[in-house]
Design a protein around this ligand. Structure first.
Ligand code: FE
Ligand code: FE
Ligand code: ZN
Length: 277
């Protein structure tokens, strides 16, 4: 089954997101747990959650993906920024447990002149404080483009974070097609090789979600600017191969393209047309 959706606003709650997804022929969605620039999250409305869970069951929504705020930097040099990252993620995970067994994605962080090794060590310390044995949520490390001092621009860096995390069974990976292409993984011409490398270095079983975005910039540009599907350097033929690839086709796909709802609806229609049952 093709699981496809897009990023939606969480301002009107969970049931509203599920209804919006269904209205554009999506069967999953991504949302920010709080304002993407940080700040307090709205309190959980247990009645909204209950209605959401019932509605999702009726409409075949099985997976959802929460995205941490962009400002969360688990490997900042400033300890108070790291503390904010810890508190925010701990609170997000607590909230995620109202919708058990779902996915929570975050950007590993930016090491800002400390070097990738120090960054990775700090990210592991962060995860070792925040993860706990009873949680049902899987925390996803997003593959990054290598803009600035981003950690997570290579499969090796992601592997190191997993290796340094005690409760690594709680971790997975979200592969962003724009980010990996910008980072220098050629998903256009060598998709099999890229996924072989992912399997060898990280293990394909860790891959839990795909951010499906075209790129405004050419291969290995380290820019991270998303483009609409088919409008960028990755191109529609590559996306047809990506959504049908045997290692990817059963994963949930999330559009983070520059679109309003009607644009997302069209992209979902196009991708559904390319998916081979
Ligand atoms: Fe992201
Ligand atoms: Fe992404
Ligand atoms: Zn991005």
């Amino acid at each position: 089954m093709f699981t496809i959706g897009c990023h939606l606003s969480s301002s009107k709650g969970y049931l509203n997101m599920a209804e919006t997804a269904v209205s554009i022929n999506a069967n999953t969605f991504q949302f920010f747990t709080r304002n993407p620039r940080g700040g307090a999250a709205k309190p959980i409305d247990e009645n909204d959650i209950k209605e959401f869970l019932e509605y999702s069951k009726e409409h075949g929504i099985e997976k959802i993906l929460a995205h941490a705020p962009y400002t969360l930097n688990a490997c900042a040099a400033d300890p108070s920024i790291r503390e904010f990252a810890r508190n925010t993620m701990a609170d997000d995970i607590r909230r995620m447990e109202y919708t058990p067994n779902q996915l929570y994605n975050f950007h590993p962080g930016s090491h800002v002149k400390q070097g990738a090794d120090v960054g990775i060590q700090l990210i592991c310390e962060h995860l070792n404080e925040v993860l706990y044995p009873e949680m049902t949520t899987t925390v996803l490390l997003e593959t990054m483009s290598g803009k600035g001092s981003e950690v997570g621009k290579s499969f090796e860096e992601i592997r190191q974070i997993i290796d340094g995390t005690e409760l690594s069974d709680k971790l997975g990976v979200c592969l962003d097609t724009c980010h990996v292409y910008d980072a220098g993984y050629d998903v256009v011409n060598n998709l099999d090789d890229v996924l072989d490398a992912f399997d060898r270095i990280i293990g394909i079983d860790r891959l839990k979600a795909i951010h499906i975005n075209d790129s405004k910039n050419p291969f290995e540009s380290h820019k991270d600017r998303h483009e609409v599907i088919g409008g960028g350097f990755i191109g529609i033929e590559a996306f047809e191969r990506i959504i049908n690839h045997k290692s990817l086709r059963d994963l949930p796909f999330f559009l983070e393209t520059p679109n309003e709802l009607d644009g997302y609806q069209k992209e979902i229609e196009v991708l559904r047309g390319l998916y081979r049952d």
